[in-house]
Design a protein around this ligand. Structure first.
Ligand code: GLU
Length: 508
């Protein structure tokens, strides 16, 4: 066994807390998580908050809350109230001394140098390259300044940056675990690029390299948008003489129209998905397929199955299309297959936020619009009518509101089945009332039998069943009349049928 295969796999998820946690961040985190789980490695959460202005504590919290909600765990790094692990601190903002030490070493070894070129001068150089249509490259003005002069200019208070001394005409090559062999010429990196600013403040690529090395990261898994950073990071690793980790760049996430995923493609923050009523299981399943698939037609995989099957060889290079309809349909699958009890528990907050119910006590609720108590069991029965068709939890209030409202607001004409007259319809509804009053055993079978017997007295069952169902739900489409009656109970059913009769009396 070589040294590499003996060492423990260590991965990191290294988000910048500069915006809300979105699908792209979740995908990067998830692939690191899957590989860490598969290889029984360690996943580190490192917070890349060097951009002090844009980094916010709330975003950091959002990252951790989102990961936890999705059920992704990590072993080391930043946690809510503490840091865990031997290679901290795990926030870049607290690692200034470490970067400084490395930057100073680079200067001392002349692998990096101070550059005093002004912004204006650099801008001119850039414009010149543009004019001549050549790839821009720093001219190297300060590359060979004598140390004495460097020191003097710093003492004189001149502004500077720190640049890496890049070997010329070198090919930087790496074996990407997903993309295969990738190579860049050092010329493509824009010449001696900047790695640090005044006071030995590191730039992103430098800090990232130092951290990956210090934290003993063996594999860097991240989005393809970072692939142009990789040759720069490798150039820094080579200059520092440190080991180069393995890299795997995940394909870009594209919208349905194959353009880069943006806000146009629907809600982007992960919590917007949560609010809409997507389940973490569905998101994990769906996001895993954004760049990976185990082969075959099957689309539903549990997290455990995905971990078991995960491999880089089944990751794709080409863009991963984000199809929200697919996510919604996977969500529907998980909802259909969820325990009714659990589904009801997670749906209750949606009913509360739409003011259909309020919480009174354990398992006890109140429907203010009916001025009636309602218990968890009843809510569960209501949800059971819709479990098969719910795709998003947020659909539930609109589908079921008629159970929680006193007076329904619908056009009485909706009660009329095809050509049926109001008088006919009133008669059908009256029959329905008599029937409901006569039911002795309140179970679904009995209700169904009774109603079908009554409906069969007509040429078409709809003449009887349609107005009954509309009277109960006030909707064009809803659950079936038998089920609704069964869940509503005789009192509320009769109340609704009577209201419908009254409303029909007003139309000609
Ligand atoms: N902080 C970088 C980001 O949020 C992560 C880069 C990396 O994974 O190397 O995009």
């Amino acid at each position: 066994m070589n040294k590499k295969s003996e060492e423990k796999i260590r991965l990191r998820f290294a988000p910048s807390p500069t915006g809300s946690f979105h699908i792209g961040s979740a995908r990067a985190a998830l692939f690191n998580y899957l590989y860490a789980q598969k290889e029984k490695g360690v996943l580190v959460l490192r917070i890349e908050d060097t951009d002090r202005e844009r980094s916010k504590k709330i975003y950091e919290e959002d990252i951790m809350r989102s990961l936890s909600w999705l059920g992704m765990t990590w072993e080391e790094g930043v946690f809510e109230d503490e840091e865990r692990g031997d290679y901290g601190p795990y926030r870049q903002s607290e690692r200034g001394d470490i970067y400084k030490r490395y930057l100073m070493k680079m200067i001392e070894e002349e692998r990096a140098y101070y550059c005093f070129c002004s912004k204006e001068k650099l801008e001119k150089e850039r414009e010149e390259s543009e004019k001549n249509k050549i790839a821009h490259k720093y001219s190297g003005t300060c590359r060979n300044l004598p140390i004495k002069e460097q020191d003097k200019r710093i003492r004189d208070g001149e502004r500077y940056v720190i640049r890496l001394r890049l070997p010329e005409n070198e090919i930087i090559k790496f074996d990407d675990r997903i993309r295969g062999s990738v190579s860049f010429s050092s010329g493509e990196l824009g010449g001696d690029f900047v790695i640090g600013k005044e006071n030995f403040f590191p730039l992103y690529n430098f800090a990232c390299v130092v951290d990956d090395y210090e934290m003993k990261i063996t594999h860097v898994i991240r989005g393809e948008d970072h692939i142009s950073n990789t040759p720069k990071q490798i150039a820094i690793q080579q200059a520092l003489g440190i080991e180069i980790p393995e890299y795997a760049h995940l394909p870009l996430i594209l919208g349905n129209d194959k353009s880069k995923l943006s806000k146009r493609h629907g809600s982007v923050s992960l919590f917007e998905y949560k609010e809409k009523g997507y389940l973490p299981e569905a998101l994990i399943n769906f996001i895993s397929f954004l760049g990976w698939n185990p082969g075959g037609e099957r689309e539903i995989y549990s997290k455990e199955e995905i971990i078991e099957k995960f491999s880089f060889s089944r990751c794709q290079k080409s863009g991963a299309v984000f199809n929200i309809d697919k996510l919604t349909s996977i969500n529907g699958y998980y909802i259909r297959n969820m325990e009714l009890e659990k589904l009801t528990e997670i749906v209750v907050p949606y009913l509360i936020s739409e003011k259909l119910i309020t919480k009174k006590g354990e398992g006890e609720y109140y429907a203010p619009q009916r001025d009636e108590d309602i218990n968890f069991r009843k809510i569960k029965d209501i949800i059971s009518l819709y479990q098969e068709r719910i795709k998003l939890l947020s659909e539930v209030p609109l589908l079921t509101d008629y159970f929680f409202i006193k007076k329904l607001d619908y056009d009485p004409k909706l009660l009329l089945w095809k050509e049926a007259s109001p008088e006919d319809t009133i008669r059908q509804l009256q029959n329905c009332i008599s029937l409901v009053e006569s039911i002795k055993r309140w179970d679904l079978e009995t209700i169904k039998e009774g109603l079908i017997r009554e409906a069969d007295k007509n040429d078409n069952k709809g003449v009887f069943l349609w107005p009954a169902r509309v009277a109960l739900s006030g909707k064009k489409a809803s659950a079936g009349p038998f089920e609704i009656i069964w869940v509503m109970g005789p009192e509320m059913t009769i109340e609704r049928l009577r209201m419908a009769i009254e409303s029909l009396k007003g139309i000609k």
